[in-house]
Design a protein around this ligand. Structure first.
Ligand code: HEC
Ligand code: HEC
Length: 396
């Protein structure tokens, strides 16, 4: 009895302490420059026009066929790996391990496939300039699915559901389609499906709406720690200079000093190697398989690899970043705390390119680091649910 009442007193004191701490915790205010920086990260989701390089972008039959192909292990040599083996739907379309295995051990970390329809470049090195070419790559790559256009054709022709879906979507029988063309069409259906993977608005997006409408109550629903972290993100942290706009990425490449050695004496050339691959790819936007015009290929036309591209990697979107650990192109940082430590205690000797001009060690305090992590955690929201049945293409 005496014990219980003692506990009650301690509990009461603790609650009132918490209450007074919360009451005295200052609510961040925002000046005009901060407000405009914050608003530039919204609204979410942005407009989503169809991909001009893919005639089947947005086509319902292509989306359903793409869904089926995405989950089909028979696309790989030995029928052992589907796209979904590494890009797992219940893990935001990534795999949660630093480096995964396909037919061989991979040397880059599997990225999430959410919100890719707004990207200009694909892969950590930007070796592709469109989503359908990026979807062909894993089918052919020896370390991933190690398959071929001929194998793919056999699988589609033999399977009644896939061949019916193929004919309905592309108005031509798989059997009569040249295998190279069939590979490209498969990539376009896979891309049409992946374009539908868009996340819901996050609690950060609700804060942006509230801020825009000067809705104090709405703003107060956003945790104070996240608000303080946001101020660091767009302020002294200068994170928004690379992670900008609604996607929290400028869509380009930078070197932030993540080591790029892969094994003994081997280096990941990053963007430098990516540009060489892009220029040599028959599936780039300048090639004959693109359904777009020359205007759509303008970025690709002007790209040349330069020395500064060595060790540059794609600036990843930070949407849902709390759910996509581990981090970086090689999966080398396990937690968001590790990422924030990396930026706070940055080793400038490791930088050798553009990033150098923006990045410097931030020397954040323990509380500031926690606030920055709290902010990053508010960027999460599930993938929008659309037609979950995805079962059958019309009349198949
Ligand atoms: C064995 C694991 C594995 C399989 C299987 C796999 N992927 Fe990937 N995926 C990866 C890795 C690793 C990367 C990063 C590659 C790089 O940067 O070089 C990636 C990158 C991507 C990207 C680019 C994402 C971005 O942010 O730029 C897309 C799109 C993609 N994969 C789609 C697919 C599709 C479609 C399939 C099936 C046809 C597939 N993947 C099969 C591991 C896999
Ligand atoms: C100079 C441009 C630049 C700036 C400034 C920058 N980043 Fe990054 N960020 C990148 C690049 C590039 C990567 C990927 C690097 C790699 O994989 O080698 C990255 C990766 C990340 C990741 C890992 C995401 C993932 O999915 O792997 C997080 C989290 C992140 N940055 C947060 C921040 C924060 C917080 C700040 C500010 C303190 C910041 N960034 C400043 C360019 C930048």
């Amino acid at each position: 009895m005496r014990r219980a009442s003692q506990h009650a007193v301690v509990l009461f004191a603790w609650i009132s302490m918490l209450g007074s701490a919360a009451a005295s915790e200052p609510v961040p205010t925002y000046d005009d420059a901060e407000i405009s920086r914050i608003l530039s990260h919204g609204p979410w989701p942005p407009a989503a026009p169809a991909d001009p390089s893919n005639k089947f972008s947005g086509d319902e039959n292509a989306i359903k066929l793409g869904y089926q192909l995405f989950h089909d292990q028979r696309l790989s040599r030995g029928n052992v790996l589907a796209c979904a083996s590494c890009h797992q739907p219940d893990r935001l379309f990534m795999d949660g391990v630093p480096l995964n295995r396909g037919h061989q051990l991979l040397d880059r970390h599997t990225p999430s496939l959410a919100n890719l329809r707004w990207a200009n470049w694909f892969s950590w090195d930007g070796a592709n300039d469109n989503l359908w070419a990026q979807s062909i790559r894993p089918i052919l790559t020896p370390a991933e699915m190690d398959s071929s256009a001929e194998h793919l054709k056999k699988v589609i022709v033999k399977d009644p559901v896939l061949s019916c879906g193929f004919a309905k979507t592309f108005n031509t029988a798989a059997m009569k389609t040249d295998s190279e063309k069939l590979l490209v069409l498969t990539g376009k259906a896979l891309a049409a499906y992946q374009e539908t993977l868009i996340t819901e608005p996050s609690s950060f997006d609700h804060f942006v709406t509230a801020l825009q409408q000067n809705d104090r109550k709405g703003m107060a629903a956003y945790p104070l720690a996240a608000q303080r972290g946001l101020k660091i993100f767009i302020g002294e942290g200068r994170c928004n200079l690379c992670h900008f706009g609604p996607l929290f990425t400028n869509g380009e490449f930078a070197d932030i000093g993540i080591p790029h050695f892969i094994g003994k004496g081997k280096v990941d050339k990053g963007r430098f190697g990516g540009i060489v691959k892009l220029n040599n790819s028959p599936y780039n936007l300048l090639g004959s398989y693109s359904d777009g015009s020359e205007l759509d290929a303008i970025r690709t036309q002007h790209i040349k690899s330069q020395f500064r591209n060595f060790g540059e990697f794609k600036v990843p979107s930070l949407r849902n970043v709390a759910d996509t650990s581990p981090y970086m192109h090689n999966g080398s940082l396990a937690t968001l705390e590790d990422v924030v430590d990396h930026y706070s205690e940055l080793n400038e000797d490791r930088l050798h390119s553009e990033g150098e001009k923006i990045l410097r060690p931030l020397n954040l305090s323990v509380l500031e680091k926690e606030d920055l992590v709290s902010f990053l955690q508010t960027l999460s929201a599930p993938i929008m649910v659309r037609d979950q049945t995805f079962s059958k293409i019309k009349d198949c």
